[in-house]
Design a protein around this ligand. Sequence first.
Ligand code: TIU
Length: 223
Amino acid sequence: MTELMMKAEPYDFTFDPESTALIIIDMQRDFVEPGGFGESLGNDVSILRRTIGPIQRVLEQCRRHHMMIVHTREGHRPDLTDCPPSKLERGKPSRKIGDPGSMGRLLVRGEAGHDIVPELYPVAGEVVLDKPGKGAFYATDLELLLRNKRIRTLIVCGVTTEVCVHTTVREANDRGFNCVVLEDCVGSYFPAFQEAALAMVKAQGGIFGWVSDSSRAIAALGG
Ligand code: TIU
């Protein structure tokens, strides 16, 4: 057992790399590149791209420690039978889930836009978890995979902070996992939501977990 310490708020975060997983939420072309699902909702997707470099550096350290690494992808079966009608209609998007875009059908599994950005592409042995919802635990086998590896803590990166990252952190928290969210490794289309979402995680003595950043995570991992 190796107890490492990461500087974080509201207080230092201790973790053992053997029982810690890095979870990278939905770093898909559909959310961070033009022509995808994120843009169809009316967002400027370029704002999320600043997360790629810091995530790359954390990913490299976690790979060096042979930690469990999970990449999630939000998306649906090509026939959309796993997409609730409410999700399909919500927000009056310019193009709906399943409509054609410049990277293939929006948010559909197997399409170019659904895949992970090349800079963070998974390597052999890493988990790629397809999820139909915003939370990574809903209608997936994530909890089983984590429990089988005796994982107790999660280092959380990805997009977007107030949607899929927050939903996943809340789900993980209720299942007894300790989560640390790295603020420069998570991104929102809305700066005010980024700030509020991070404040919510660490408020009330860490009601949902801890907030740190890539530099402090890398320092803790000895990088
Ligand atoms: N729209 C938005 O902010 N996010 C999503 O739809 N999904 C994720 O956060 N991955």
